[in-house]
Design a protein around this ligand. Structure first.
Ligand code: GLA
Length: 633
């Protein structure tokens, strides 16, 4: 088995030693077990240390998953320093890697790099999957593009520290390795104990990146609960911490009037929370703001025909909080009284079952009032120092988060959870079975979101990407965009609003209300559909096509994202329609009124000659609806 202790130059599968004695584990293949037609287990062992390892490969819902299990039957303690979920040799056609990078509010920058020599790595060491996007990597042949060429996607289903890497070794071979990262001493197995790694998920395509995304999206849809996607109204960028029960009721009325279907009360609702310096951990409605608890507001929201959602950040505690005063020993970093804070907060140790019990009871008490269907679950800082009483604990923290979500969902089976971590800091297939959507970024800037959502949608289906119409000027970037442009961008995701309706002009309100109607009209089929980025020669155009799963309905969104220094491209070749079929084409009337008929065209005509879809000036856009005719006339 590929192991450094046995002379292998790459990362290898396992680095472990048995103590006392200090002997490095050396695994030798010991057999193979076919569990079913779709599952195979490769076995290895080190009889001297009484260590067994299994690599479990399974094909499920179109993806290959690999996980490693290490069992220790010997005496003493097995110290595991590293254990890959999967280590795969790559074929010679693998010549490029596509990997994402990002930072807070600036997620979604991807880069394509040639594999030359050495390692290309996507890594997070701070206990969350991180702003770089999913713990994932795409490997392809040099000529691969959206529709051509061989490609594989590797995604580690894990929300903690990780490494996903591709390395060309001195002997010319290339390996892909994905693993959860462990800190020194973090994984120790006593006699009879076992480590099970997270799963490495592999998608394979022969025809480019779209096929790869189709497979990943189909898989993601089987792993997350199927839910309807109501239009959200989120209070954060509308009010931040500045609200009363009365002003929230007013906001709810305005949101409902615009067409929102779920009202999400963001940060600031719990005891003493007036800014980000205090109160995390004290998960009870603030008595000054909500003298009778949240029920009157929830009733109001329900009365307006909307469901109700609530922001929480369960893993965190503020120094200024009753919880911290009562239990300073529950905090990562303990017993250091000066453990560093991030956004003025500390991290609770969720590997401690007392902490889990407390959070489960406190959050259940909140949910017990009834009528809270949705939690926006935040995690606004990384885990450091991820140490408690001298023991590293980030790995069990991630398992603790999953366990807490599971416990709450078994008590409240209808509860939906959104994964947010200062925006896009925790977006991965590990947390996916517990959540129904992801907050992609704290940037609601429309131009930023085109890039961020697109990058994320390589792995995550668009309906799981929370996408809100924010204020103009945008609070993060200061840029101004028309309501039409902001709405068009948000529409190709899980649509929401996050702005103050009372500062909107009547014209903008009307545009927003119509856009919401447009979203509602198309969402059912869009949210099960396929997404394609249409190739254009004008780099200042962004053209995205969404097609229903039966290919009968198509939307094409054309956005101008910059000023061209050359004559602009007006005609767009609409590819990927069904050959031999014809389509009726309309321009969707975003400002209201009837759609504008454009004409009837064959798929071939649309692909070769295209249509004039010029969106006009920078930061303007148009939307076209194509309906396939049942039979070619
Ligand atoms: C994070 C989230 C925001 C908002 C704030 C509240 O930054 O990403 O959307 O919920 O926390 O404090």
């Amino acid at each position: 088995m590929a192991q450094r202790g046995a002379g292998y130059a790459g990362l290898g599968v396992l680095d472990a030693v048995c103590l006392p004695g200090g002997r490095a584990v050396r695994l030798r293949p010991s057999g193979m077990r076919k569990v079913s037609d779709t599952m195979l287990v490769l076995m290895a062992e080190d009889p001297d240390c009484d260590v067994q390892a299994e690599s479990c490969l399974e094909i499920s819902d179109g993806l290959l998953s690999i996980e490693t299990r290490v069992s220790h039957a010997g005496s003493g303690t097995l110290h595991i320093h590293r254990c890959a979920a999967g280590l795969m040799p790559l074929d010679d056609w693998s010549s490029d890697v596509i990997v994402s990078f990002g930072a807070w509010g600036r997620e979604g920058h991807s880069s394509r790099m040639p594999i030359t020599s050495g390692r290309i790595q996507s890594v997070s060491r701070l206990g969350r999957s991180g702003f770089d996007g999913s713990p994932a990597m795409l490997v392809c042949e040099r000529s691969a593009d959206a529709e051509n060429g061989r490609a594989i996607a590797a995604h580690l289903a894990w929300s903690g520290s990780h490494s996903v890497s591709v390395e060309r070794l001195p002997d010319g071979s290339t390996e892909l390795c994905a693993e959860a990262l462990y800190e020194p001493g973090e994984i120790q197995l006593a006699t009879g104990e076992q480590l099970v790694t997270p799963k490495l998920l592999i998608a394979v395509a022969e025809n480019g990146f779209h096929e790869l995304s189709d497979r990943l999206h189909a898989f993601a849809r089987t792993r997350s609960r199927a839910v309807s996607r109501p239009v959200h109204f989120n209070t954060w960028e509308a009010r931040y911490f500045d609200f009363t029960e009365a002003s929230l009721c007013k906001l709810a009325e305005q949101a409902a009037e615009l067409g929102a279907e779920r009202f999400v009360l963001d940060d600031g609702w719990f005891t003493g929370r007036r800014d980000d310096t205090s109160s995390l951990g004290d998960w009870e409605p603030d008595a000054d703001r909500f003298p009778q608890g949240l029920s009157p507001l929830i009733r109001k929201v329900h009365g307006l025909g909307m469901t109700f959602g609530l922001w929480v950040e369960p893993e965190m505690v503020s120094r200024k909080s009753a919880l911290y005063r009562a239990h300073p020993e529950w905090v990562m970093g303990y017993p250091d009284p000066d453990a560093p804070t991030g956004r003025n907060q500390l991290v609770l140790d969720l590997s401690n079952t007392d902490v889990q019990d407390y959070l489960c009871e406190t959050l259940s008490k909140c949910l017990d009032v009834g009528g809270i269907e949705y939690l926006k679950w935040d995690c606004n800082r990384e885990l450091y120092p991820a140490v408690i009483d001298g023991q590293f604990c980030a790995h069990s923290q991630t398992l603790g988060v999953y366990a807490l979500m599971e416990r709450l969902q078994s008590r409240f089976p209808e509860l939906e959870i959104e994964s947010c971590a200062s925006g896009g800091g925790r977006i991965d297939f590990g947390i996916l079975p517990h959540v129904t959507r992801f907050w992609a970024s704290d940037s609601t800037d429309a131009l930023d979101r085109i890039r961020i959502n697109k990058d994320l949608s390589r792995y995550i289906p668009i309906e799981m990407i929370g996408s809100h119409v924010g204020p103009s000027p945008n609070h993060m970037t200061g840029r101004m965009f028309s309501m039409r442009f902001r709405a068009l961008v948000a529409m190709f995701g899980h649509f929401g609003l996050e702005l103050d309706p009372s500062v909107l002009s009547e014209r903008d309100k009307a545009m927003l209300a119509t856009s919401i109607k447009v979203y509602k009209r198309f969402r059912d089929w869009m949210h099960a559909g396929r997404v394609r980025a249409l190739p254009v020669s004008d780099e200042h155009l962004d053209v995205t096509l969404v097609e229903s799963i039966d290919a009968g309905h198509v939307l094409v969104r054309v956005l101008r994202v910059g000023m061209s220094d050359r004559p602009v491209q007006r005609k767009i070749a609409v590819q990927w329609l069904q050959p031999g079929r014809s389509y009726d084409v309309w321009e969707v009337a975003l400002g209201g009124g009837q759609d504008i008929p454009i004409g009837r065209y064959s798929a071939e005509g649309l692909a070769w000659s295209g249509l004039d879809m010029d969106p006009g000036k920078p930061n303007q856009g148009r939307l076209f609806y194509l309906q396939r005719l049942e039979a070619t006339p």
